[in-house]
Design a protein around this ligand. Structure first.
Ligand code: SAM
Length: 271
């Protein structure tokens, strides 16, 4: 039996199994273990921790997570990768569990059977819905270290008054500390995507807003950023307009992009 250190290079594993990337699954692989190890360090410390990884593909990030001492539950939708990943599981001393499934449909509480982190080079087409699931679902990750296309990563972590500041950033930052921790150019991936990518680290807040407050926050931010050039008195008209702003202690004559996350939370509570 192999151990992790004696596994073949990722490119050799892919060619031995005759595997080519399938764009319909958003497949852009990280085949440089120096990069995947850096992502695992950014997610760490992981020794003895449980990690859910979405989309292990050829397993470069999975190897790095296992090397860091994590117990990994890897959810992969493309069944073609399971024989290759089984070889990795054989080398991992029982610390890698493979689940063939659509990550949008799995119950993380059942998979992790306790607290766990999420670390993933996410498929672009389902990245944001998965993030919303982990932010607002019943299972709250201990931390999330996630690769997105750069434009989405910037929106998640954007500060108030930034061009990228909007609904996604307000909702993420109401629930987590969010920071872009690594940028990657297209050439870091095989095959290269059209756009740059970035890793975001999200650490859920100890005392998050309640589900009712988040539901109200979703309504307020949808209205406010739906018409981001208008003043709140006008963009929030259907939700109470000026009266809602006054109740929340927010100036009704400002535009959404100048209102900090706490301001939106005050509007959500007033609603
Ligand atoms: N982690 C690998 C790496 O870094 O090289 C692969 C990353 S690739 C960007 C995205 C992976 O997610 C692919 O392996 C793809 O098959 C898988 N995937 C796509 N949609 C998925 C879904 N809904 N559920 C689980 N895996 C999915």
């Amino acid at each position: 039996m192999n151990d992790l250190a004696s596994l073949p290079p990722l490119r050799d594993s892919l060619s031995e199994h005759g595997l080519l990337a399938d764009k319909s699954f958003g497949q852009h692989f990280l085949l440089d273990l120096n990069i995947t190890r850096k992502i695992a360090r950014l997610a760490g410390p992981l020794d003895g921790e449980t990690v859910i990884e979405v989309g292990p593909g050829p397993g470069g990030l999975t190897r790095a997570l296992l090397e860091a001492g994590a117990r990994v539950i890897a959810v992969e939708k493309d069944a073609r990768f399971l024989p290759l990943l089984s070889e990795l599981a054989d080398a991992a001393d029982g610390r890698l569990t493979l689940v063939e499934a659509d990550a949008l449909k799995v119950d993380e509480a059942v998979l992790a059977a306790g607290p766990g982190h999420v670390v993933s080079n996410l498929p672009y087409n389902v990245g944001t819905p998965l993030l919303i699931k982990w932010l607002t679902g019943p299972w709250r990750p201990v931390s999330m270290t996630l690769m997105f296309q750069k434009e989405v990563a910037d929106r998640i972590a954007a500060p108030v008054n930034d061009d990228a500041y909007g609904r996604l950033g307000v909702i993420c930052q109401a629930l987590c500390q969010a920071k872009v921790v690594m940028d990657l150019p297209p050439r870091a991936f095989t095959p290269p995507p059209k756009v740059s990518s970035a890793v975001v680290r999200l650490d859920p807040l100890a005392t998050p807003p309640s589900p009712a407050e988040i539901a109200a926050l979703e309504k307020v931010t949808a209205a406010a950023f739906g018409q981001r050039r208008k003043m709140l008195r006008s963009s929030l008209k259907v939700l109470g307009g000026e009266a809602l702003c006054v109740k929340a202690g927010i100036d009704p004559n400002v535009r959404a992009e100048t209102v900090p996350v706490e301001g939106f939370l005050a509007l959500a509570r007033a609603l």
